[in-house]
Design a protein around this ligand. Structure first.
Ligand code: SF4
Length: 417
């Protein structure tokens, strides 16, 4: 099979992996080198919901010894198989970079023979790019679960970011769909990457020659809607991974039915708004001081699809409000629906000089129509407690057509449905 045909197969097979958004890492180009991870290239790689990233996103091979039901590359799948050599990937990356098609490489792979053998070839690609080609662009390598610590240590020397995919939130999900996979193996790799990142950070200020190790950190991916696990399960796992392994990002990828999928799988994708709500909730966990247990309720376990998670929490917890924008601590301001991190900082700065009135907030371009039910300001606020929670929920829910629009816009991008 010629290179072009294999590229078509191995780029298509890689599109199901969402865990490869660029991490914004800064890497200087060595004199005489080529590439710059800060530069913008033409987007050539697409996540399943259509987001475009300027990486050459391919698999080393789609051969795999495992049989994960949700994966198009599983051993029992009837897809066409292909494999690149290490030198072919190096040449492709350099060629695409020189033509300004890409700003870097995202490389993953099916498992050939063993985790170590697969990882060794991927590390070799990264080493050749960095050392032989002096490539300064972005490199994201998939850490194959179960590979040796030595190989992970080598991978981090050449890659900007590493990612070991947890895939599903519960071990019981894996037992059902990917019985050969163990969360402990994936978390072992995450732990080893984390240790090495910390060690490097500790040594770097004392020893200038300390080589960088995965400066863009590590990320992972969770598939949403392939099993009955709830958003509470997903957010609990995400929270544990953020705390335990200092992940930079957890990517949520709505399950998309694959050609010739196993009968055990759902026939349809979950609503794409569910993936969107999980990203919003993830943001609240990382930057707004929310705990995962606050974002869902024991009754449903899933995020409200009609309301963003912060607004949904606020309506369920009206006893917390009104928050006085002139006196409340930052942690309380961050809980006001519609108020983002920058606006909170602005309020904290402005109120040092004078008490803020509703009109002042209106001039800050914040969504006052939503916030006004939750805040107190100088001069009073007639909207507080004007409505019971059910009426407030109805009033602030986006119209059904808006949610439908979101859904159809996303479907149009993915070409599904
Ligand atoms: S190990 Fe990876 S490539 Fe292989 S079947 Fe499972 S998910 Fe697919």
């Amino acid at each position: 099979m010629d290179l072009k045909a294999r590229l078509a197969i191995l780029a298509d097979a890689a599109k199901y992996d969402a865990s490869c958004a660029s991490s914004g890492v800064k890497r200087k180009t060595a004199p005489g080198g080529i590439g710059n991870s800060e530069g913008m290239g033409i987007c050539h790689s697409y996540t399943p919901d259509g987001r475009c990233v300027s990486l050459l996103k391919i698999l080393l091979t789609n051969h795999c010894i495992y049989d994960c039901s949700y994966c198009v590359n599983r051993v029992s799948s009837a897809v066409k198989r292909a494999k690149f050599t290490v030198d072919e990937i190096v040449a492709l990356t350099m060629d695409f970079y020189r033509r300004n098609y890409i700003e870097g490489l995202f490389l993953s792979s099916g498992v050939i023979r063993s985790s170590d053998q697969t990882m060794e070839e991927m590390v070799d690609v990264a080493r050749k790019l960095r050392v032989e080609q002096r490539f300064g662009g972005y490199i994201h390598l998939k850490a194959v679960a179960g590979c040796s610590r030595e190989l992970l240590e080598k991978a981090g020397l050449y890659a900007d970011r590493l990612s070991a995919n947890i895939e599903l939130p519960l071990q019981s999900d894996l037992d059902l769909l990917a019985p050969a996979k163990k969360q402990v193996d994936v978390e072992k790799s995450m732990g080893e990457i984390r240790e090495k990142i910390l060690e490097t950070k500790e040594h770097a200020p004392r020893f200038k020659s300390t080589p960088k190790f995965a400066p863009g950190g590590q990320s992972t991916q969770m598939i949403v809607g392939a099993t009955a696990s709830t958003d509470a399960d997903i957010l609990k796992k995400a929270s544990q991974l953020y705390k335990g392994y200092s992940l930079k990002r957890v990517y949520y990828s709505a399950f998309s039915p694959i050609p010739h999928g196993a009968p055990i799988l759902p026939l349809k994708s979950p609503p794409l708004i569910r993936e969107h709500r999980l990203y919003q909730a993830d943001w609240l966990l990382r930057f707004y001081g929310f705990k995962e247990s606050e974002l869902t309720t024991p009754e449903s376990g899933n995020l409200d699809l009609n309301l963003d998670p912060k607004l949904s929490w606020a309506i369920r917890n009206r006893q917390f409000f009104p928050v006085d924008v002139n006196r409340a601590p930052k942690s309380h301001l961050l809980r006001i629906p519609g108020l983002g991190l920058k606006s909170v900082e602005k309020i904290l700065e402005m109120r040092r000089f004078r008490a803020l009135r509703l009109e002042d907030l209106g001039k800050m371009h914040v969504p006052l129509h939503r916030m006004k039910y939750f805040i107190q300001a100088q001069g009073g606020n007639p909207s507080i407690r004007a409505l019971d929670s059910t009426s407030l929920r109805d009033l602030l829910s986006p119209p059904a057509e808006q949610l439908d629009l979101f859904q159809s816009a996303t479907l149009a991008r993915t070409g599904e449905g």
